[in-house]
Design a protein. Sequence first.
Length: 188
Amino acid sequence: MAFCPNCGTQVNDGIQFCPSCGTAIAAAAGYAAPQQPVQAPPAQAYQAPPAQAYQQNQAPPQQFYQGAPMVNDVEANKGMAILAYILFFVPLIAGTHKTSPYAKFHTNQGTILFCFAVAWSIILSILSAILVAITFGVGAYGLASVFSLLISLLYLVPLALVIIGIINAAGGKMTPLPVIGNMFTIIK
């Protein structure tokens, strides 16, 4: 019996190549193979290649981690992202949405929120007018005040979305607003 000089597998006499690794067996050529298996050299630790510096005219690639872009973009444009939910047109006028993916995302969310708030107010005003007219026509004055209170509470939905958007922008997240955030993209 011989052992493979490369991997140490036991090889039957008369076999010219190791069945495990395919190495030629020296015993077939007249060389006496060692009786002990040959140990493989110790594995070397992986070393990462050295980091390369970017040229001044070359922008670093955008890297995303769990929905958040590079830290530099977030920190530099966090104020504009927050402002996009209060006065959506300020980042548009400043042009921040053209240079920063983070500001662009939140400006788009703020613009969608503004359009939603306008449409929501119109719908609630019409619904309120219809319900109040019906309840006053029937003479149910108490029911009219209940409907008015409920509709007044529905006016708080856009405010809740503004708060959610500001929290996301201040936290460095690019998370769409609930329900309306993924409906469409206004700023491309």
